[in-house]
Design a protein around this ligand. Structure first.
Ligand SMILES: Nc1ncnc2c1ncn2[C@@H]1O[C@H](COP(=O)(O)OP(=O)(O)O)[C@@H](O)[C@H]1O
Ligand SMILES: [Mg+2]
Length: 314
């Protein structure tokens, strides 16, 4: 590494050899990794040119050992997740100021996506459902859920979304990857129906079972969706919020993927797996009945555990 005084920020979550560094003056972030990282940087550069709110790529290179580095501009300050934690002040509710910043970035993202739809083939939606929902893994780990009922619900969701434009998106869109000026961490990017990323930014918080330490109120979630619907309309599209249920059905599969523990002794992991199964089943039941899913009806992990303890007792 060179001598500008890079400081390690963290090892990268989903990449074995990857890490993130910040320069001594804080002006740039450096990611290191394998060839995967180079594809991520090329994608980010392309969508920056399409008007997506993302950091500019400043430099890319290969080191002697065959690994790569990518430098991008710093978007400054804290992620929205860090801001929420800093502003909590003993309570649990998200600050409205953070919701406003989220709405602003998400509107810019949605407009850029809506302006650059892709001419994708007829299988694109089904591929998105598989990629975004990790359905292959979910059915492998939970064979009892591989039923005609579950497959029919997924088919209903994708057919509901048939007329939406397919766009380039993030697939890990949430407060930890969003700053006031844009969206970072594009390693999971993919194709998706317009609105999938942005509509779920606040809806995914309850899937963590309360572990995030904060929640969005129904009013905040509603206000956020209204801003997105307005941005969609401005871009010449129908509102995106009517598809929340279909989006959430796929997202609840994603949250169930890779959850089945291999060690029988890890009761905590077994509980989390059963919790996510419960959320998925709650979601699918709502979606079948109403076409929507209200995440405010999800129990916290603690409430779920207490309820399980009580029902297990003789
Ligand atoms: N361009 C950037 N501007 C500001 N902060 C950044 C930038 N890139 C990364 N960071 C900081 O580094 C952290 C880790 O980066 P990220 O790419 O999200 O790693 P991971 O893949 O492990 O989630 C972020 O949470 C953020 O605090
Ligand atoms: Mg991240």
């Amino acid at each position: 590494m060179d001598t500008t005084g890079w400081r390690l920020v963290k090892k990268r979550t989903a990449q074995d050899d990857g890490a993130v560094y910040v320069s001594a003056d804080g002006a740039r972030y450096r990611r290191t990794g394998t060839a995967e990282l180079r594809r991520e940087a090329a994608f980010q550069q392309m969508i920056a040119n399409l008007g997506y709110p993302v950091p500019r790529i400043l430099e890319t290179g290969e080191r002697g050992d065959g690994t790569f580095f990518v430098d991008e501009e710093s978007l400054g300050g804290q992620t929205l997740h860090e801001q929420v934690l800093a502003l909590l002040d003993g309570g649990r509710e998200l600050s409205d100021h953070v919701v406003d910043q989220l709405a602003e970035v998400s509107s810019r993202m949605l407009s850029a996506q809506a302006t650059h739809p892709l001419d994708s083939g007829p299988d694109a939606l089904a591929q998105w459902a598989e990629q975004a929902g990790w359905t292959h893994n979910v059915f492998t780990e939970n064979p009892d859920l591989d039923t005609a009922r579950v497959r029919a619900a997924i088919a209903r969701a994708t057919s509901e979304l048939t007329n939406l434009p397919m766009v380039r998106g993030h697939l890990d869109y949430g407060l930890p990857n969003i700053l006031a000026d844009g969206v970072i961490d594009w390693q999971h990017h993919g194709l998706m129906p317009l609105g999938y990323d942005v509509t779920l930014a606040l809806e995914i918080i309850p899937f963590k079972g309360g572990a995030k330490g904060y929640t969005a109120s129904p009013q905040q979630r509603q206000r956020y969706l209204a801003v997105l619907d307005a941005a969609a309309r401005t871009a010449g599209h129908p509102p995106v919020s009517p598809h929340l249920g279909a989006f959430l059905l796929i997202k609840s599969l994603f949250f169930l993927a890779l959850m089945r523990p291999t060690e029988p002794a890890r009761l905590d992991k077994h509980q989390k797996w059963h919790y996510r199964r419960h959320l998925f089943l709650k979601g699918i039941e709502q979606y079948e009945r109403t076409g929507n899913i209200d995440t405010a009806l999800f129990p916290t992990l603690d409430a779920f555990a207490a309820w399980q303890d009580a029902t297990d007792r003789p």
